[in-house]
Design a protein around this ligand. Sequence first.
Ligand SMILES: Cc1ncc(C[n+]2csc(CCOP(=O)(O)OP(=O)(O)O)c2C)c(N)n1
Ligand SMILES: [Mg+2]
Length: 555
Amino acid sequence: MPESHFVAPSDRSAEQVSGAKVVAQALKAQDVRYVFGVVGIPVTEIALAAQELGIRYIGMRNEQAASYAASAVGYLTGRPGVCLVVSGPGLIHALAGMANANMNCWPLIVIGGSSERNQETMGAFQEFPQAVRISIYGRPGACYVDIPADFVTVQVNVNSIKYKECCMPPPVTMAEASAVCLAASVIRSAKQPLLVIGKGAAYAHAEENIRKLVEQCKLPFLPTPMGKGVVPDNHANCVSAARSRALQFADVIVLFGARLNWILHFGLPPRYQPDVKFIQIDICAEELGNNVKPAVTLLGDINAVAKQLLEQFDKIPWQYPPESKWWKRLREKMKSNEAASKELASKISLPMNYYTVFYHVQEQLPKDCFLVSEGANTMDIGRTMLQNYLPRHRLDAGTFGTMGVGLGFAIAAALVAKDRSPGQRVICVEGDSAFGFSGMEMETICRYNLPIIVLVVNNNGVYQGFDADTWKEIVKFQDPVTVAPPMCLLPNSHYEQVMTAFGGKGYFVQTPEELQKSLKQTLEDTTKPSLINIMIEPQSTRKAQDFHWLTRSNM
Ligand SMILES: Cc1ncc(C[n+]2csc(CCOP(=O)(O)OP(=O)(O)O)c2C)c(N)n1
Ligand SMILES: [Mg+2]
């Protein structure tokens, strides 16, 4: 390392500080509040130094879950969470979270402690402010800072270190005025308008302005999975229950921080009208015009642009007529879809189906809870049945469709809740397969005593499973190692015992009554984590859909 940078030769007697402490102080100066990681040489010292400075260090059981948790902190707080790993295998595990953060456009800083440096310069410490800036400015995403082992252990003169001031929140950018005018006029001329609210709107804290726009102009809206709650799901203008129809027949669609990727079926027929006019609002210029040519593009901060649009409708007031044919069509479809879900939910035969389970969960769900969810059917059906009332309170498999994120996300949400509004609950709804990816994080949850409620919706498999009798038949005649069907997991697995093994509460439930009772108990006990293992019919599936979720849109 260049001597002049760290040790002032004339002042060798001054107080010395370790490289690890310098790193921790630099993180603190950047307002990093949470570090998730798995320790090892040479990052243990950094974790200890961070703790000493009052930064929360959360020791996880796998870097994958640690990187997922750190990225969720970034999404929930707007400041990057840090994932601290050993280089090599630790970093390889953390790559999963970096890729997931990039796909979700969430800030994340991964710090790897590598082996002794060869020729690098001390510039590495200067990387922190840059990493923070790059992770939160423009489109947020993941950054990696590599710290060689000898930087961690080196003793340096405290007077020789200059910490960079805290990186400011990103500057707010606004859309071009003429484009805003054009967008307003396209909306005014719409016969069948629709607003789509994405997680970009949630991240930008655009809830107030978008809600005003919805109410002032009386427009129907649809949230994307993590856009849920920006405007509450139970708002009269929410048309989630007629999602396919709304997308398919809208003639003007305004995208607030929602990308035309697979989640929105690429914006293409047959899921959309071929001549639908998109008004695309995004923070990232590269996103504009992806897959379809928008009628209007508004480049800027989603909240600022929502306000700009609102100003247009303040200047010349306009409302979409509530008695229009479009509203009637949407309401009819919502009614029939809601009735179909209700019918499935009211089935009293055992084992339960997904709809019955989620009906009872929704009945007891605290309105202000964080909802974390992953799985296939578990997540898809859960999303339609479980309501979000607050922005940034739903975390799920996201743009990448990653299984294994749930428990890390739940841990992040529980920590943020604990610091911001104690008493707020985190409910983590997991498919039995999804749960397995990071199941050992139950120990982390119990070690930090985070009162998370984990619901494992257990159908003995991936998408679908087999009942115990069928499984017995299979293993009676054949070697289960070679013939167990690929979608099958061990029937009636007692996942709740993973929780009780570490001192949390576990429930194994098979009936609606048992489910109601266990939910009530877990919600009343705010001191302990719990896991409710909910057995459902192994072949239970979604109700018939007009389009499969993954319909190929370009056929
Ligand atoms: C990391 C990762 N590996 C594999 C997959 C493929 N995959 C999609 S959903 C899923 C699990 C679905 O089963 P489960 O969580 O039990 O939910 P269910 O549909 O049975 O309710 C898997 C393995 C994925 N999305 N991500
Ligand atoms: Mg399953």
